[in-house]
Design a protein around this ligand. Structure first.
Ligand SMILES: [Zn+2]
Length: 204
């Protein structure tokens, strides 16, 4: 297990005093890998906080190039990166904040071909994909491999989050046996809704 450097002790000083965290908890973060499925409106904001908190490795899976309609909420995407790969924009912004962060960029969304491998590389999975097909796939794979999964979504002014511990809690398919009929791909939303989600993440 990698120990904290003097620089890291200085950077994380304010959170080391949080009860039940301390140096041991910070070292666990440093030695952890989190898979983030899509760095969009939610995934961008969560990845940024994970990078700030000192998670050692982030696997970012997000396909496509930055477009104008991303910029109201995908905070790792910037105007100067329009037309260029989203994962590159995300990686560049996260590294500005935390150059110690190890990033594995995957320029594609979660699919049948990559899900098992990517889940296998992670300790925790953050699913911020907008498509139910991707969320169901991630749910299935996380349960099969016994990995904790945080599934989140936003719509209009609402944020929803569910932490799934395989074998212990309900899963996404329990909550939504079928894709909700009213759900649509281009959903109405303000980016700031993601902040409502961050304050409601259950810690463990
Ligand atoms: Zn279930």
């Amino acid at each position: 297990m990698k120990k904290l450097t003097q620089e890291e002790l200085a950077i994380y000083e304010w959170q080391l005093d949080v009860p039940d965290h301390g140096i041991e908890g910070q070292e666990r973060l440093k030695n952890s890998t989190v898979l983030v499925s899509r760095c969009g409106g939610l995934g961008s904001v969560v990845a940024y906080e994970l990078a700030a908190a000192g998670v050692g490795t982030l696997i970012l899976a997000h396909g496509g190039n930055v477009k104008h309609s991303d910029l109201n909420r995908q905070l790792l995407m910037t105007q100067d990166w329009l037309g260029k790969p989203r994962v590159e924009s995300a990686e560049r912004r996260l590294k500005e904040l935390n150059p110690r962060l190890n990033i594995i960029s995957v320029p594609e969304n979660i699919n049948e071909n990559n899900a098992a491998k990517l889940v296998g590389m992670a300790d925790v999975i953050l699913d911020a994909a907008p498509l139910f097909e991707e969320r169901y796939l991630m749910n299935r794979e996380a349960i099969q491999q016994g990995k904790p999964l945080v599934d989140c979504a936003m719509y209009e002014l609402e944020a929803q989050i569910m932490t799934i511990f395989p074998g212990e809690t309900a899963c996404l398919s329990c909550l939504y046996p079928d894709k909700p009929a009213a759900w649509k791909r281009k959903f109405p939303v303000f980016g700031a809704v993601s902040v409502r989600l961050l304050v409601s993440v259950p810690w463990r």
